[in-house]
Design a protein around this ligand. Structure first.
Ligand SMILES: Nc1nc2c(ncn2[C@@H]2O[C@H](COP(=O)(O)OP(=O)(O)OP(=O)(O)O)[C@@H](O)[C@H]2O)c(=O)[nH]1
Ligand SMILES: [Mg+2]
Length: 415
């Protein structure tokens, strides 16, 4: 049975209804299009480009249409912002964020930038330096510069600072990678690019032209989280307290990736004891004055450091050259974390190393959350669980006790 409509009972009437509604639709589309054209003419792309940007579309970048990434929108701080007037800060350190990344890391980099901007930088306006072993794509540059209102800089390191050096015996290195990949639980065992990255962060990051005029860097990796507001300026903390190196989490390095790193390091420091600082933090790295290694490292995916220390320390640079010549970045899988850990602990006055225990930081499931009974937790409007902290849940993997023990050793009066 045909359905009954009191208004258009006959087929002719229904046809008329269809034609009428089509005309109305066409007229509406035409009116909207005319409005857009007029706005192009009179408002110099004002309305239409805003409509496009609201839709996360860019008229000249079809690649974004294919991607789920909504990076052309300005940073949405609604989930993090509080209804207070934005403060202004008259004093700033000479400092920058530093991110090494591949173009394919873009989504993770944007995530991290939103964390940093939302929790700290939106009012401080510290710039960002991005480094890559390849040219950054137009998309990477456009998207990352849209997330911050601070300046952004993009650079490519010289090729020889990235690729495996020629003196490395490739046959030996290949065998070593294969052997490591047979051991369970070793990440990036076969990866050459991971080794390039570790070597770069050990001996070359601080030599980059883009960092030349900065004193402090704050390393930011893709997919990290800051779970409390950072309500003071860690760069200024470094400056005001003469700190050269700051960390959040400290963990031991795996045995399998660094079988000869400690002995190779001790070879260097035994030959060059003049580089050992009299008030060093050797106890963090060794419980027996250098015979054996605690394997403790500062987890380098977060670090705030004084570039003048890395650039100016003859000991650091000679130590890196010694490790480089031994080839362990490629014959084993020496990481930048164990390398920095040993260098920082032996070369620096331990009072210049700072544990940022009030910064809530998380990466790949390992996190530091301030104790809820501390003002840092209360003030920082945190969204983390202290129970999940490295120093609570994963205490057996934390090197915090070794760091405390290093700090507790009476100082030598070196005046
Ligand atoms: N340009 C470039 N950057 C890289 C490459 N490999 C790693 N990186 C960057 O180097 C940093 C460390 O690399 P990750 O892969 O995160 O290494 P990781 O932190 O030890 O490993 P996860 O614990 O899995 O995060 C990150 O900022 C990466 O984006 C590479 O081949 N090229
Ligand atoms: Mg990482």
């Amino acid at each position: 049975m045909a359905s009954y409509s009191p208004l258009f009972s006959s087929p002719a009437a229904r046809w008329k209804q269809l034609v009428l509604s089509k005309r109305i639709t066409i007229a509406a589309i035409f009116t909207l299009f005319s409005l857009l054209v007029l706005s192009e003419v009179f408002l110099e792309r004002g309305i239409s480009s805003r409509i496009l940007s609201t839709l996360s579309l860019s008229s000249n970048s079809p690649s974004l249409n294919d991607s789920p990434l909504s990076c052309s929108n300005p940073f949405d701080v609604s989930s993090l912002q509080h209804n207070t007037p934005r403060p202004t800060y008259p004093r700033k350190a000479n400092a920058t964020f530093l991110t090494l990344a591949r173009n394919s890391d873009l989504a993770g980099v944007i995530h991290s930038m939103k964390q940093v901007e939302g929790r700290f930088n939106r009012d401080r306006q510290y710039p960002w330096v991005f480094l890559n072993d390849e040219p950054f794509t137009e998309e990477f540059i456009r998207c990352t510069s849209a997330v911050t209102s601070a300046k952004t800089y993009y650079g490519q390191m010289p090729r020889e600072q990235w690729v495996q050096p020629d003196f490395i015996d490739e046959e030996k290195a290949t065998k070593a990678r294969k052997a490591l990949s047979r051991i369970k639980g070793v990440f990036y065992a076969e990866s050459v690019s991971y080794r390039n990255m570790c070597r770069f962060y050990s001996g070359f990051f601080y030599k980059q032209a883009l960092l030349r005029d900065f004193k402090y860097y704050w390393r930011v990796e893709p997919d990290i989280n800051y779970r409390c507001e950072i309500e003071y300026d860690p760069f200024l903390y470094m400056e005001d307290n003469n700190k050269a190196y700051g960390f959040t989490i400290s963990v031991p390095e795996q045995k399998e990736t660094t079988p000869t790193l400690w002995d190779t390091s001790m070879e260097f420091f035994n030959k060059n004891p003049q580089y050992l600082h009299p008030n060093n933090a050797m106890r963090f790295a060794s419980k027996d004055g250098g015979k054996t290694w605690t394997r403790c490292t500062y987890w380098t995916n977060f670090e705030i450091g004084d570039l003048d220390f890395f650039r100016g320390s003859e000991g650091y640079n000679k130590y890196f050259e010694h490790l480089e010549a031994a080839g362990g970045f490629y014959y084993e899988r020496w990481g930048d974390a164990p390398m920095h850990g040993i260098a920082i602990s032996l070369l620096l006055d331990r009072d210049r190393i700072h544990h940022f225990d009030d910064i809530a930081y998380e990466h790949t499931g390992w996190e530091q959350c301030p104790n809820p009974s501390t003002p840092a937790y209360e003030r920082g409007r945190c969204s983390c669980d202290y129970g999940n902290s490295m120093d609570v849940k994963w205490k057996r993997y934390s090197c915090k006790a070794d760091f405390n023990a290093a700090l507790a050793i009476p100082r030598i009066n070196s005046e």
